[in-house]
Design a protein around this ligand. Sequence first.
Ligand code: ZN
Length: 115
Amino acid sequence: MYCPECRLEFNPGIVECSDCHVALVEELPPDPALEDIELSTVFFTGDEAIAGLAESLLRGAGIVYISKGEGAHDLFGLSPIEIQVDSRRAEEARDLLAHLPQGNRVPSDGGAPET
Ligand SMILES: [Zn+2]
């Protein structure tokens, strides 16, 4: 069984993706949208909840994305999740996700030094 959203494979008997909360399907449909495009990483986080938010924002905007790293967190605790989109829509996606906290962002700019 496969999740049509994140395309993870699940054991038989499981009917819903634990990450996406959508019904699993027997076979993944071919995804031509992902075959011919150049992917750009637009988001990176160690927080699965933040990644889920980012994905729902992208879904809402109709931007095709893939996320890497999901599903690996059960053995090692937090693992970074990387979200990639069609590079033609990367700018749009970055704008969309700009207000979400990212794992690799260093809050060093814009802060006024204390006196
Ligand atoms: Zn899923």
